[in-house]
Design a protein. Structure first.
Ligand code: PLP
Length: 545
């Protein structure tokens, strides 16, 4: 290895020096540097050289970091860190918070020159003082106070780190540790191994934006002949993919569904072209709560040599527990060999504070395409892992805390309860004449529709809203995500009101033309989606004026 390395750098240096010498001797200063740069690019293309340069870089960077902070940047084999089986107690987590907060630089000492702009926060003078000010629930003896104590811990971590900035990973070492550990725990939850890496982002959308950017740049680097990159994804993938496609100039090829709402795999295969750079599947998709046939997608990807991203933004923190509870869940995660990345939202079923999601990659060799680097700014060497520049510390620290205090048992308990409610609601809806549950939902999300022409679902939604419910209207169906705030009682109330509303709507078909039902009904039948798009943009213009 050392010999190879020496040979490569010697070869490189020799060639570059030679060119420099020649250019300088004939008086070409500017040209010399330009030529040397070009030559370097050529040399880098030689087989093996890239690998050697990569190896040298890694060695240099590791050495540099260990020199900076030998404790944080240890060497040795990577071990997968898991969400603790049983959630950690309030006391343990507060001790940990104090320990980690103490390592951080205190911006109020006036010793740092960037990142923190708040003036002294009297309430948060010292860690101790902040603890005293905080209202802690007395005991964790019953379920309610245990819930309260968990949410108090999440708040405390959020508060303690809310002025910290994860833009520069070397300034706040605890923040970096929270992030690395959060990613590792999520990777482990999704059956990834110790080689998985990733980033905590501001939400599912940012995680998906980063995934698309990563695979676009990977394709640019590995397959430069692809000029118009395409990504194959089922019709039901989250609109964030379309957003990413717009931002990063790639094309999403949407695959239609079968009549039973599963993905049409014949069409999926047909959609793959020489321009395809990525295959996408969801676990679950949002519209109907179904896990896509990820196993089949992975098989196709293996055959074609393509990577797969699984969007488990909404299912990532639910499906693992649903599976452990014994429900039938198709394999959807890193157990499948072509799955190279996954997204999972801490701020959904991770039950964390808003503004937190995780994007996980199978290895650093893929994540490297996510990282933005710009070494020519007079303000210093700039690099950033995700969309944001400043990255709020509160979201990262509280994400770590929620995983620690929930524990796998805590999440499984929530999953058990919500699955029972979901099953109860689906059975109730199915038993109402004229309504049916769409497709075959795999977890706590489902939608329902009407098989009776006289029973318009949008009229139904309007009526339900007069009874105080907030109803999620989809293109042709109504959507329910079962949330921790739901109970069997609230489910029964819902079913009772729904049954009544169905009778009212059937008795008065004119309701389908009135109120928002009229608008939704009309929008649904407009064939020109460009007009609907303009309508939406105008709508947002008005709403925010
Ligand atoms: C919610 C969701 C997203 C987007 O996440 P945000 O946090 O809202 O940005 C992406 N994919 C799926 C399946 C989702 O349910």
């Amino acid at each position: 290895m050392a010999a190879l390395l020496a040979f490569a750098s010697l070869l490189r240096d020799l060639l570059v020096t030679l060119v420099l010498a020649v250019c300088l001797s004939i008086g070409l200063r500017e040209g010399a540097i330009e030529l040397a740069r070009k030559l370097l690019l050529v040399v880098r293309q030689l087989p093996g050289i890239n690998w050697v340069i990569g190896w040298v870089l890694r060695r240099e960077v590791r050495g540099f970091l260990r020199q900076l902070d030998p404790n944080s940047f240890k060497t040795g084999p990577k071990v997968g860190l898991a969400i603790p089986q049983k959630g950690l107690s309030q006391e343990k987590l507060l001790d940990e918070l104090k320990r980690r907060k103490k390592v951080e630089i205190d911006p109020h000492t006036g010793k740092i020159f960037a990142y923190v702009y708040t003036s002294k926060d009297a309430r948060f003078d010292t860690v101790e003082k902040a603890f005293d000010l905080f209202q802690w629930p007395d005991s964790a003896s019953n379920e309610e106070s245990s819930q309260d104590s968990k949410s108090a811990i999440v708040k405390m971590f959020f508060h303690a780190f809310m002025h910290e900035n994860a833009l520069n990973p070397l300034v706040f070492p605890s923040l970096r540790q929270f992030e690395v550990e959060t990613v590792a725990m999520v990777a482990n939850m999704l059956n990834g191994d110790g080689n998985c890496v990733g980033t905590v982002t501001s939400g599912g959308t940012e995680s998906l934006l980063m995934a698309i950017k990563t695979y676009r740049d990977r394709a640019r680097s590995l397959f430069p002949s692809i000029k118009h990159p395409e990504i194959v994804a089922p019709l039901t993938v989250h609109p964030a993919f379309e957003k990413a496609a717009g931002y990063f100039d790639v094309k999403i090829v949407h695959v239609p569904l079968n009549p039973n709402l599963t993905v049409n795999m014949t069409e999926y295969k047909k959609a793959i072209t020489p321009n395809t750079i990525l295959l996408v599947a969801s676990a679950t998709e949002y519209c109907y709560g179904m896990v896509d046939p990820v196993e089949e997608v992975s098989q196709i990807a293996m055959d074609k040599g393509l990577p797969v991203h699984v969007d488990s933004c909404i299912g990532g923190f639910m499906l693992p527990w649903v599976e452990k509870l014994g429900y039938k869940v198709p394999v959807f995660d890193f157990r499948l060999p072509a799955v190279m990345s996954m997204s999972a939202d801490v701020h959904k079923y991770g039950l964390g504070a808003k503004g937190a999601s995780v994007i996980v990659y199978r290895s650093a060799s893929i994540r490297k395409y996510q990282i933005f680097a710009y070494p020519e700014w007079p303000g210093g060497l700039f690099a950033s892992p995700s969309m944001a520049g400043t990255r709020p510390g509160g979201n990262i620290a509280s994400s770590w805390a929620v995983l620690q205090c929930m524990g796998q048992d805590g999440y499984t308990e929530v999953a058990k309860r919500l699955m029972e409610i979901a099953t109860h609601m689906k059975e109730g809806i199915q038993s109402i004449e004229g309504l049916y549950v769409c497709g075959t939902p795999h977890m706590t999300i489902f939608s329902f529709a009407s098989s009776d022409k006289k029973l318009g679902v949008f009229a139904l939604a309007d009526l339900m809203e007069t009874k105080g419910w907030k109803i999620e209207r989809q293109l042709e169906t109504l959507h329910c995500t079962v949330l921790p705030s739901h109970t069997l009682e609230s489910a029964n109330d819902f079913l009772k009101d729904l049954k009544e509303a169905c009778l009212t709507v059937k008795a008065d078909p004119s309701l389908a033309k009135k109120g928002s039902a009229g608008v939704y009904g009309m929008v649904g039948v407009i064939p020109d989606k460009a007009i609907v798009k303009d309508f939406l943009i105008e709508f947002f213009n008005e709403v925010y004026s």
